[in-house]
Design a protein around this ligand. Structure first.
Ligand code: ADP
Length: 485
């Protein structure tokens, strides 16, 4: 059992229209701690009927919410933020137990997730329209911005807290209601957030959480329903493409936060210690299970050896174990399938000529653990160069010229994050502008913040989360043309 200060934050039911319910089917499913393989609790399993109920209630609740002043919405969101920060220890324990990341990292995620609520609480007050100079002296033209309608959010297991707040906070701030389907592996953080939103005074029906074993059924109910006007999805490119197709029939607006294949480029004029520090942070955070994790290390040949040695030295300092143990800096992967998939990528690389210079095997700690791994002599022909690793494996590829580095960096359909290490200011501009990515970290390995726009280009998706742009995804622009003046 989890030992929480407030045991009521561990929820085992669905949250629909402001009520905790068992759901239509009466079925349950187990939530398992990836660090130990033990069951944390059983959770009610929702289905399409539960989803449809949540959508209808969302539509009702939204009619009043959208009419309230932005200032009122701000106050509720700020109260929600305050309650999250008050309960950060419990929320971190729940997150660590269901997802596996170390407690300190879990706390970091909760702070980061809460920051989106605070940010969008403030942005709610700044949803300005325009007055447009007219071509006709008898007319006045203006725009108003209105909430798009009921929002569906489907979220992944790697950030069980922050992926919820990144979508729910701007939606509520804009005047929308939201139905969330969290990942079935990690729904407890979402449910705890809903409990705190309820305590913060969020009116019933504005936030519902429908979790279930059948993601396809719940997903279809969300994408088919005509009242849902917007889908915000974070997850794999494969599922994202499917959901875009499903949304076409009712012409929903979509935001897609899909897979990455981030290049991490180190030029010979880089500060190598800084680059190694960034590499560790970018590669091994959340055991490599983030869509902005460095996926391919491109290192200029003249510093290849030195960078690799320093990188190995620092990677060896990582402490792998159960995230709730003091000093552990890297937890387990989400499940055994993840370990097997990652090991298959490593094996393929080795078979095709890569050299394992660190790790490269499952850990003795258990079937969900994989050792921090570094591979050298990786080539663009290998699967590991072309696929998202989503684990603690760092492939290093040498390059000779800036042109070659750019070609290698952009040789992927993914276009989320990238990282460049160089001290040459002209190259910083040149190179950053030519990278086909939505985000570029320059001499920096940690790029995510609620004040900045997060999102990708190419097959990494569309839409931006966070920043002054983030609320646009939840808004429709209405143009008013006033004649006879
Ligand atoms: P991952 O491979 O990281 O688990 P997924 O894209 O499979 O990424 O999952 C992300 C989210 O999408 C999860 O909440 C999952 O339940 C959900 N999901 C997976 N398949 C579908 C689907 N066919 N329709 C709707 N949601 C889905």
């Amino acid at each position: 059992m989890l030992s929480l200060n407030d045991p009521l934050l561990l929820k085992t039911q669905l949250f629909i229209n402001g009520e905790w319910v068992n759901g239509d089917s009466g079925n349950t499913f187990p939530i398992v701690n990836p660090a130990t393989g033990t069951e944390i609790c059983k959770l009610a399993s929702g289905n399409k009927n539960d989803t449809n109920t949540a959508i209808k209630c969302a539509q009702n609740a939204m009619q009043k919410w959208r009419q309230l002043t932005a200032k009122y919405r701000t106050q509720i969101l700020k109260q929600w933020h305050a309650l999250i920060m008050e309960n950060i220890d419990d929320l971190a324990l729940i997150l660590c137990a269901e997802q596996g990341k170390p407690l300190a990292e879990a706390k970091g995620e909760i702070q980061y997730g809460a920051a989106y609520i605070e940010w969008f609480a403030e942005e709610a007050k700044r949803i300005y329209g325009d007055i447009i100079p007219s071509n006709n002296a008898n007319q006045r033209l203006l725009t108003v911005k209105q909430p798009i309608g009921v929002v569906a959010a489907i979220t992944p297991w790697n950030f069980p807290n922050a992926m919820i707040t990144r979508k729910v906070a701007p939606a509520l701030a804009a005047g929308c209601a939201v139905v969330v389907k969290p990942a079935e592996a990690t729904p407890l953080s979402a449910l705890a957030l809903a409990e705190l939103a309820d305590r913060a005074g969020l009116p019933k029906g504005l936030l519902s959480i429908v979790v279930g074993v059948d993601a396809i059924e719940i997903g279809k109910a969300l994408t088919d329903h005509p009242l849902v006007r917007k889908l915000s999805f974070t997850g794999s490119t494969k599922v994202g493409k499917l959901l875009i197709k499903q949304c076409a029939d009712t012409v929903k607006k979509t935001s897609m936060e899909l897979g990455g294949n981030a290049p991490f480029i180190v030029f010979e004029d880089a500060d190598l210690d800084q680059a190694v520090q960034g590499a560790i942070a970018s590669k091994f955070r959340n055991a490599g299970q983030t869509c902005v994790c460095a996926n391919r290390f491109l290192v200029q040949r003249s510093v290849y050896q030195e960078f690799t040695e320093k990188f190995i030295e620092q990677t060896k300092k990582l402490i792998v174990g159960n995230g709730n143990t003091e000093n552990v800096t890297m937890g387990p992967l989400i499940n055994t399938d993840a370990v097997q998939n990652i090991h298959a990528l490593v094996t393929d690389a080795e078979r095709n000529g890569a050299t394992k210079v660190l790790g490269g095997a499952a850990s003795e700690l258990g079937s969900n653990y994989y050792l921090p791994t570094i591979l050298t002599n990786v080539t663009p022909q290998m699967r590991i160069f072309n696929e998202e690793i989503f684990g603690p494996v760092a492939p290093i590829i040498p390059f000779d010229t800036e042109e070659q580095a750019l070609e290698l960096a952009n040789a992927t359909e993914a276009g989320l994050a990238s990282y460049v290490y160089t001290q040459n200011y002209a190259r910083i501009w040149r190179f950053s502008e030519n990278l086909e990515n939505g985000i570029v970290g320059i001499n920096e390995g940690i790029i995510s913040s609620e004040v900045a726009p997060f999102g990708g280009v190419k097959e990494s998706g569309n839409g931006r989360e966070g920043s002054k742009y983030g609320i646009d995804d939840y808004i429709e622009i209405k143009y008013l043309c006033m004649g006879g003046i």
